[in-house]
Design a protein around this ligand. Structure first.
Ligand code: HEM
Length: 73
């Protein structure tokens, strides 16, 4: 579960890229949100999901992780 990991990278990746089943296999699918969210919106969403979905402590410096993992120059 991405929300419970010690690092937010997985969750950020899932939101950006979505989830596709392996080539040729049936499976559940989630749309990619890359391009639909600004870095600030993605940061706010990730912080909120962590707070709502777990009792774990907040991730440190989500904004920086979003920035560093993004494609923007
Ligand atoms: C901003 C909106 C959304 C967020 C933040 C989000 C987040 C996530 C995350 C974190 C997971 C993986 C859970 C894990 O750790 O295992 C997930 C899985 C999934 N999402 Fe989303 N999701 C969003 C919107 C959607 C939408 C719109 C759909 C469908 C139309 C969708 C369909 C799915 C499905 C089917 C899975 C399970 C894939 C699988 O493992 O089989 N999601 N979502």
């Amino acid at each position: 579960m991405a929300l419970h990991l010690p690092d937010p990278r997985n969750l950020i990746y899932i939101i950006r890229e979505g989830i596709q089943p392996p080539e040729g296999e049936p499976g559940r699918w989630m749309p990619a949100f890359e391009g639909n969210l600004t870095d600030d919106q993605l940061t706010a969403l990730v912080i909120w999901l962590r707070r709502q979905g777990t009792d774990a402590p907040p991730w440190a410096d989500v904004a920086r992780t979003v920035r560093e993992t993004g494609n923007a120059p």
